[in-house]
Design a protein around this ligand. Sequence first.
Ligand code: BGC
Length: 732
Amino acid sequence: MGVPELSAFTVAQKAALCLGSDMWHTAPIPEHDVEALVLSDGPHGLRRQPDGGDHAGIGGSLPATCFPPAVALGSAWDPELAREVGAAIAREARAQGVAVVLGPGINIKRSPLCGRNFEYVSEDPHLAGRVAAGLVEGLQGEGVGACVKHFAANNQETDRLRVNAEVDERTLREIYLPAFEHVITTARPWTVMCAYNKVNGTYASQHRWLLTEVLREEWGFDGLVMSDWGAVADRVPALAAGLDLEMPPHLGVSDRAIVEAVADGTLPEEVLDTAVARVLRLVERARARTAADMADPAHHALARRAAAACMVLLRNDGVLPLASTGRIAVVGAFATTPRYQGAGSSQVNPTRVDSPFDELVAALPDAKVDYAAGFGIDDPSEDAALAEEAVRVAAGADVVVAYLGLPAIAESEGFDRTHIDLPTAQTDLLARLGGAGAPVVVVLANGSAVRTAPWEQHAAAVLECWLGGQAVGGAIADVLTGAADPGGRLAETIPLRLEDTPSYLNFPGEEGLVRYGEGVFVGYRGFDAAGREVAYPFGHGLSYTTFAYDDLAVRVSGTDVTVEVTVSNTGGRTGREVAQLYVGDPEAAVARPPRELKGFAAVELGPGEQRRITFALHARDLSYWSSTERGWLLEGGEFTIEVGASSRDIRQSATVTVGAPRPRPPLTAGSSLDEWLADADGAARLREAAGAAAILGDAELRRVIGNFPLGRLAAFPAMGITDDVLRRLGVV
Ligand code: BGC
């Protein structure tokens, strides 16, 4: 059964369709057989509120599998895994009658302080786009809509409903938009959610350039744009800008405003019709889905496999994998009460939660495993008795496994962090444990980067587990014992100090304004450009085996570049490597990052096995966004091609020359003397028109006034570039 024609609806009904009917439903129009759709958070599991539920609804949602949040899933560098997780979430959505899952969230991690970084994928748009596309394909392949959010430049929680993100277009195009662009052009999500904030002075919910020109006209988005919850400041301009659905509905106000604007002619009815058609299309798309069974036990197993694939082994002196016998002291309250997801609208009510301690005991039946909490889980202050007990339990152990992390109160939707340190109660305890003799393995639970520099000398190994979802306890046991290789690689840089991060001086802004002053130099792009040391670089992560990279071959054909490299497992165990391809343009007309991720490929190899990997680069991968041309510009010349195991572990590199016509802006009276003379044709014309003008032969003088526009030099007749010369050149 199709949806009725637009002409069947009154203006009031059309206005109603452009608003939800309550917190989680679109509006039904029963007389036209239009049913309400259920929308539900998202993104790493369902937060389906029973009808009548509240907004935050932290505890009240129906049980669902809590998969690893985006901070973890992004670290797996595995779009296929994201697809599997998306499909599983969609099956649960079908079981719970949900039509659209409100995710994935793909805002760029501009600062490690952003309170919502645990919900976002990466500091890099290429990686964020690929992982998110996998999630969207997984969801929609099962007949459930995705909602890519928050569009755009929502990179902080401070003042998030009002703050004006001031971002130049090049930075938007190169950093903050490409993940959205990739998902929209390849995975074709049914819906997009606009951000709360303003972008360059205009609310994202009213931003015609974002919601219509870029999203639809440039990228071809054919779905529906909904507001973030409460993001609509003024319904009619928002509708005109391309915002189809307001959530939750401001009933009696927004609908009335739409009806009145149509009546008084300030809103053309066609604009309303366009939005309504998109709502009806969504209703129609959602009708195709069928019911499914809930609580599929395979989903917990998938959550466990995924969590292990996300874990990043930051360092390891050989203590991991753990020996299967001996005495192990498990320390840290997170071992029995794991932190596995962040707080706010994404909080899932899990179907079950594994205890890391119990799982480790089960995985090592021949070892003796003791436990001490060591510190309070919610309270960052020191507890001498707990610490003392932990030191006692650790004494005489062959190895100590310390489960450390950020307390839940440290990071959440709604506010940003002010520092990136672990609580001192934990680091002080670690120093004591580290001094006692047995090697200490640190297992971290945190939703966004924490500083490791102050304490890692006390650790023989550090396993960054992020927030790993409900099965993280078992997954940690799998990785610690070597049943699984630590699959993750850093999707965000771990700095030595917060002050080193490129956005430091401009985050989170003040007086309602945040300037994206670091421009395109976000994350590793900025660290590399400044040559700044980091604790662990973007892309880093160890395996239990080792890999070699050989035989780089690069072929250029026009503006396409094909890169091949062989990766071999040179160690004694099966393991997973993520080969990363970075591109740089050392001589460019604009400042460009030394290297940018443009491809990656994960390979699982047994001992001695090798695989040839191929990457394809196209003109866009080599280009920058030119603010003067307002378009992507490929500057012909030399490019560096680097392949490695992280952004700072480049194993193979080459320089290639890619030919592209050099952009030649037309020469005018506004072009500088240097610009005229740098252009062979322009120089010849100028010499002919100016004759023996003194300035053309005086190299020293030209250094001083070469940046004068030609037209201004006419005021200095002694220079020889007179009004007559300008006339002869045809530029006045
Ligand atoms: C969040 C969204 C979420 C929505 C519905 C908002 O506060 O920013 O990400 O989908 O609430 O819960």
